[in-house]
Design a protein around this ligand. Structure first.
Ligand code: GLU
Length: 313
């Protein structure tokens, strides 16, 4: 029996400099793909308004400076809108979507209402229940609707989907009527990621475990679209000293910051490798050997808490 060759990917948003947490996830995604003899693709997730164009190149440069490589040209989601629009049109045709006029605040209030038992963060289905007259009235109010997926046939009770994560095991999560196209007409992340992974032949997703709760939604959507879902490995985030997700305020956290401290790219790679429990390298070329020895089963399951270098003294 022949198995499909592994195709992994790294999908950053070009919204800022990559920090050690991002770089560590990139390293892991690369190690997973390369250790399986697989291809490794780069996709910019740039449908978000917070994109800043200088970071396309600087992110590529930083990751390359650490000795990681990728196959083919990086793609940008902003160049692939037709693909997402086709998928959205398909779902619309099948009557699997509806327009949602709710503000964030309305959603939070409805979800908290005592009669609306709505699991944490799940959309309570308000706009699914609009009568045609109410919908027409909301449309004429001028607020452009988002488009939500209609999940389950009767009522807005969220469906549960179980996924098997390579690192974390079985995870069961809510699939609510989630947004697939935002009010400004932009395809939503959960839609674009599913369409892209399938269109690019990605069968191995390695990413931060903050995205685990979105995974059941993505698997559900892939099934609806008749697409194969990839395998998933969610890896722990890097946290700042206060236990929050690592950020700029946490000291020397970008490659540029580390180089300014006098470190070399090899030092930075070794910092990432050491907190993953992996052997250090003496040159970036040695990373090829790291892929040979890479065993995902022994990776730490806990977040790495990064202590700022300048607070050590
Ligand atoms: N673009 C997402 C991020 O930068 C990653 C999404 C994914 O890997 O599915 O966090």
């Amino acid at each position: 029996m022949t198995r499909n060759p592994t195709v992994g990917r790294w999908a950053p948003s070009p919204t800022g400099d990559l920090h050690l947490g991002n770089l560590r996830t990139a390293l892991l995604a690369w190690l997973f793909a390369r250790s399986a003899g697989g291809r490794f693709l780069w996709r910019f997730e740039d449908l978000d308004g917070a994109v800043r164009p200088q970071f396309y190149d600087s992110q590529l440069r930083d990751v390359a400076a650490l000795g990681l490589d990728w196959d083919g040209e990086p793609v940008r989601q902003s160049d692939r809108l037709d693909l997402y629009r086709d998928a959205i049109a398909d779902l619309r045709r099948r009557d699997l979507t509806y327009e949602c006029f709710c503000t964030r605040r309305e959603i939070a209030e409805a979800a908290a209402a005592p009669h609306g038992p709505s699991p944490e963060g799940a959309y309570p289905g308000t706009c699914r229940r609009l009568t045609p007259a109410e919908r027409a009235q909301r449309r004429s109010s001028g607020r452009p609707p988002a488009l939500r997926l209609r999940v389950g046939s009767d009522g807005p009770e969220p469906t549960e989907v179980t996924v098997v994560d390579r690192q974390l095991g079985t995870y069961t999560g809510i699939v609510d009527d989630f947004v697939i196209q935002r009010g400004d007409d932009t395809p939503a992340y959960n839609l674009a990621v599913v369409v892209d992974d399938a269109a690019q032949g990605v069968n191995q997703v390695v990413r931060g475990d903050d995205l685990l709760p979105s995974t059941p939604r993505q698997v559900h959507l892939a099934r609806l679209l008749g697409l194969d879902a990839p395998s998933f490995a969610h890896v722990p985030l890097v946290l700042g000293p206060e236990g929050r997700r690592l950020a700029k305020r946490d000291g020397a956290v970008t490659l540029r910051d580390r180089l300014a401290l006098g470190e070399t790219p090899v030092d930075v790679v070794n910092l990432l490798l050491s907190n993953l429990g992996l052997d250090p390298v003496t040159s970036l070329d040695d990373l090829a050997e790291t892929t040979q020895r890479f065993n995902p089963l022994v990776l730490p399951r806990q977040p790495w808490v990064h202590a700022p270098v300048d607070s050590a003294t």
